[in-house]
Write a protein of this length. Sequence first.
Length: 164
Amino acid sequence: MPSTAASPTPSGVVVVHVAGEVLAPGVVTLPVGSRVQDAVAAAGGATATADLDAVNLARLLVDGERVLIAAPGEAVTEPDVPGTGSGSGPGAAASGGAGSGGLVNLNTADAATLEELPGIGPALAARIIAWREQHGGFTAVAELDEVSGIGPALMAQLTPLVTT
């Protein structure tokens, strides 16, 4: 997929990526105030094997988030987003505390904080830090996929837990 410059989202809409057990995974645009159930419907609905009890279908969507609909037995971590009652949002973890319930900022987290993420040990944390130093930081979570040792499965686990 070619790289394109980010365009501002028109006010009054949220753009979210719906992935996993939906009939037509991809990016959908919905009115502000839409909920996860609306995103699932916009992605063609859930598959017959979707575990809809693993996600809060009533949660309000936030622009730019990824909504993962799991298969039975697949672990899903919901993103920490404003309005969920957690008291923190994507900007709350600028210093990167995974244990704090906030998102880990790939551009500011130290090795110890990165190692709190699932599947990240000392060597992979060092490669993440080396990548951000070499490239001037992460501009999008998707760039994490460019770090050696992070494949699709680990990327799927980390995406809802990190921010840039």
